[in-house]
Design a protein around this ligand. Structure first.
Ligand code: CP
Length: 316
């Protein structure tokens, strides 16, 4: 049986194409299983997973939790509010204490870029914690690997394949972990990627990643097969990056009227949460072009695949 080349999933950057393909093909099998009347499999019986969320989440948190339950894992949920983090306990101490309760895997969302890599490196130093696998559920503006994997899986399901597809990532690229993980994942899989948004929301050196850059929404939509609309991440912005939301929506918001002018097939994605009327209007988000809820559905199968492969149960 094939294995991942990595012990942890801290980002897409260090995955091989074979890793990505193995995760997506395993997800396809889990998607079939979770659409059966009996959705639960015993694959992670006797494995305990801790979900550590130091930042808010709806989709990722619940999707990991459902994925773990479908695999028959034991789970514990931790959120920083109401925990001893408020008394000054460090991330490493928090993780070591949770792992001392015989936990096997940690799924972690954290506001600081690099937090998952930091934790994986630190835990190696503690013999009682070194066994644990770390899965990054989003670390600040850095990476959101399982979102990129579920996005790639959703494009495959909607468009047939990713190789040769033109994918536009539109909106607040500067503060988006989804954008970076998607760029790494889509390029590994042979897609052409363009980022589009106001100049102030696009990192200056992003073209060094091999992506095209555009500040014109209509031109970008005419070019692409798939448009992934991103939310403006106000929670990560100390400055104002554009004059007003109204102007942002006028130039970079996707409306039915703009979509109708294209007169071509196009797949619309959004990682959520949506700011309806800003980056996308309801009549687009809820239209036949949109695969937004398919992305959420696919997230469960993709996260089951990641948990299963990292736990190494397919090898035993
Ligand atoms: N897409 C995503 O990460 O959503 P949540 O913040 O709700 O988990």
């Amino acid at each position: 049986m094939e294995s991942l080349s990595t012990r942890h999933l801290t980002g897409i950057k260090n995955l091989t194409l074979q890793d990505v393909e193995l995760i997506l093909s395993t997800a396809l099998q889990f998607k079939e299983i979770i659409n059966r009347p009996i959705k639960k499999v015993p694959s992670l019986r006797d494995v305990t997973v801790a979900n550590l969320f130091f930042e808010n989440s709806t989709r990722t948190k619940l999707s990991f939790e459902i994925a773990e339950k479908r695999l028959s894992a034991d789970i514990i949920n931790f959120s920083s509010s109401g925990s001893s983090v408020s008394k000054g306990e460090t991330l490493v101490d928090t993780a070591n204490n949770i792992l001392a309760m015989k936990v096997d895997m940690i799924v972690m969302r954290h506001p600081h870029p690099g937090a998952a890599i930091f934790l994986a490196n630190q835990l190696k130093k503690y013999p009682k914690s070194a066994h644990a696998q770390i899965i990054n559920a989003g670390d600040g503006t850095h990476e959101h690997p399982t979102q990129a994997l579920l996005d790639a899986f959703s494009i495959q399901q909607s468009c047939g394949s990713i190789t040769g597809k033109k994918v536009a990532i539109i909106g607040d690229i500067m503060h988006s972990r989804v954008a970076l993980s998607n760029i790494y994942c889509l390029q590994k899989m042979g897609a052409e990627v363009c980022v589009c948004g106001p100049p102030t929301l696009i990192p200056k050196h992003i073209s060094s990643l091999g992506v095209a850059v555009s500040h014109n929404l209509i031109e970008t939509l005419l070019w692409c097969d798939v448009a992934n609309m991103l939310r403006i991440q106000f929670e990560r912005q100390q400055l104002k990056y554009f004059p007003s939301l109204r102007e942002y929506a006028l130039h970079f918001g996707l409306t039915k009227k703009k979509l109708d002018t294209l007169n071509k097939p196009i797949t619309i994605m959004h990682p959520g949460p949506i700011n309806r009327g800003v980056e996308i209007t309801s009549d687009v988000a809820d239209s036949g072009h949109s695969i937004i809820l398919e992305q959420v559905e696919n997230g469960v199968a993709v996260r089951m695949a990641v948990l299963y492969l990292l736990a190494g149960k397919h090898q035993s």
